[in-house]
Design a protein. Structure first.
Length: 134
């Protein structure tokens, strides 16, 4: 009766032999010029079929109808003034304040408007928050 170690060793030998046989078969196949020619021919046939299929399709229309322009209101709010932009740049340099309260410093922040984006002075009332807390 074989021990477990002997069975494992025998199984490893069998696996190694099977792997070597597979590698030898693959190398033999790759070295065979007839097989390589058949693979090349198969690739060429596939390409020819694709080209023929594209030629059968009607060509895309040359003149396209102009799409109806969707009227968008765009982003709400107004462009910040120079002073508001300076304040926003200073706030953007700070870490996320919610993370900072917990002792974590996260550098990548986006500014959160506290009182909307259209109210007077709204760009002065912002908080630097990370993606998680925004």
């Amino acid at each position: 009766m074989k021990t477990i170690e002997q069975k494992i060793e025998q199984h490893r030998k069998w696996q190694k032999a099977a792997r070597e046989r597979a590698i030898a078969r693959q190398r033999e196949k790759l070295a065979d010029p007839a097989w390589r020619e058949s693979q090349y021919q198969k690739m060429r046939n596939t390409i020819d079929r694709r080209i023929a299929k594209q030629k059968e399709r009607p060509p895309a229309s040359k003149t396209r109808k102009s799409a109806v322009k969707i009227k968008s209101r765009g982003l709400k709010g107004r462009t910040p003034t120079a002073e508001e932009r300076r304040i926003a740049n200073a706030l953007g340099a700070l870490p996320c304040i919610a993370c900072y309260m917990h002792g974590v410093i996260s550098e990548e922040v986006s500014l959160h408007h506290i009182s909307g984006r259209t109210a007077p002075g709204c760009h002065k009332k912002q908080l630097p928050l990370c993606r998680w807390h925004h």
